[in-house]
Design a protein around this ligand. Sequence first.
Ligand code: ARG
Length: 568
Amino acid sequence: MQFLKNKLSNILSSSIKEQFAVEMAAAELSDMLEYPPDEDKGDLALPCFKLSRTLRKSPVQIADILASSIEDADFSSVEAVNGYLNFRVNAGQFVKRIVGDIRRKGEKYGSPENGNGKTVVLDYSSPNVAKPFHIGHLGTTVIGHSLKLLFSFAGYNCVGINYLGDWGTQFGKVITAYRLWGSREEVEAGGVDELVALYVRFHQEAENDPSLNDTARAEFAKLEAHDEENIALWKWFIEVSLREYKKTYKLLGIEFDSYNGESFYTDKMPEQIQVLRDKNLLEIDDGASIVNLEKYNMPPCLILKRDGSTLYPTRDIAAAVYRKRTYDFDKAIYVTSAGQSLHFAQWFKVVEMMGYDWSDKLVHVPYGTVSINGAKLATRSGNVILLRDLFEQAIEKVTSIMEEKNPEMKGRTDVAEAVGVGAIVFYYLSNNRIRDINFMLEDALSFEGNTGPYAQYTYARTCSILEKAGERGEMGDAPLGSHELSLAKVLATFPEKVNQAIEQYEPSVITRFILDLCASFNRFYHDCKINNCEDGDLRRARIALTDATNTVLGTALGLICMKKPEKI
Ligand code: ARG
């Protein structure tokens, strides 16, 4: 609808100048335009109370004066009602224009095309090696990847980085546990689960035998000193873990451009620590080196522990500098749980204090917590729901639903996988990211209601209508009514939704758009004959509208990492 808003705001701007001799910018007027919640009132509305102060007249007078001064072929009526100026678009012309636009731009329809090859670096998913990849990571993984898809769609050059937690004292613990109770065969066979089991066992045994903690510390120190054996174990643990993570990424269609994890930045920290020293930003506090952030109402940012070892913020600072030098990003996005908001606010501030003029290009995108069927997660005890298990459970359930409904279908495993995984992703991305969510698996998997399966099913419906039609249709001059108009209006909002999703780092804007589009299409499908329409011109126009819906729904599903089977 943006083009209509643009057009209308230009018309309004010149009308206001003519009638009131007041200059108002079209952009300002465009922001005032609203979509009436009730379609009977019109398709666009200008609440004139927003103008009364500037134009020094009552809203009712303003609406009356403007209503009689505006005439344009794109609008079939302009009405003044109680201080509102209501515009109705010319249905035939409008639908034709939108469908034409979608056909011309194809999969590019909706792209703001403002990336111009600028680079966005996205740091997401980033699980900690030898620790479980659990549903707490669902948010960073799917929000992060959707953002990557959205920015790529807008023409940005995107770099997806999996900042693996591949360094830290946990390796001392796992190495210790492996030497005491593990075996190569078991780790090869059991993968991450086996490493996690060793990690959990370490904690249990250390309760009775605290000397294990000293052993673990010593093993980590050896690792830091590049002890050959420990380095080999460490590399192997990473490899085993990655193998596992990649299975989950594959289900989601995710590939990373870089797996440079925390360990990669070990040799890049000293330079930044020196910068901090040179700028007199480091203070010694109880033996540790910190940056005081009192002025900014934040607790100090820890740079070096008392024993001189580095910390999480130290590494993030070094990584940001490296990424700036390597990718010259226009934006660096970090997607993590809201629990890490302070960490990011702190080190972003430190980067600014260090004098890096790109510090304002760092963006933290936080999200809320996840529980499943009301149960909160417990990480330490090993009592967690793994992401992979969640997906597998979903795929299994979908498989049995499909076997019941459609036993003959070919390629069922692929479809069940797409629908099962899609259900989880869609359900998760239906909420504003910052809200805490409680996952109800049954609800997510339902084919009814506002779910992923419902959205994919609607997409498949458009495919089968088009297949039956054997053509993509043509708009022509068939007389179109309110059903077609309603659907075209939803299609017309897509470019605005994409913009909003990008500006707010909020994929749920797309999820909600998909639901609006599905509802509107299904109403159209229910109320209008498509392939069976007797009037040839009207039939072809409706097929063209279905084709446009198919294109846009396909693009939108793709943007939130959903696969789109043509048959379900
Ligand atoms: N590995 C961390 C975790 O699981 C997330 C890393 C986020 N990225 C970053 N640059 N700090 O909590």
